[in-house]
Write a protein that binds this ligand. Sequence first.
Ligand code: MN
Length: 130
Amino acid sequence: MKTKVLIIEDNEKNMYMLSFLLRSENYEVIEAFSGIEGINAAINNEPDIILLDIQLPEMNGYTVAIKIRENEKLKKTPIVVVTSYAMPGDKEKAFESGATGYIEKPINPDTFILQMKSFLPHELLLKIGN
Ligand code: MN
């Protein structure tokens, strides 16, 4: 069984790169281009991990994280914020919103998968091949 990764990201180029890197490593990828779409995809697919952009149209990533955490089945799902931090305090805000960790943009293709894997539950890493 493949590890299921939900990407919530409104930028087409970033989405393409993240999806490409993950699919190359045999992950199953679900793409959501807005916060609402992402929340629905999280509820419907129960992914193993969620990659979350902060600057999204309509609803920002902090609110998305809070809404995802409201769902009983998604309380423990790792939420990794993937963003460039312009303002001091943004990381703290991400954690307060329920995020598990963060990966800073620009994404480094050589280390991204390893960075992401560090947030996957140990049991899952043992179960899967990637
Ligand atoms: Mn964005």
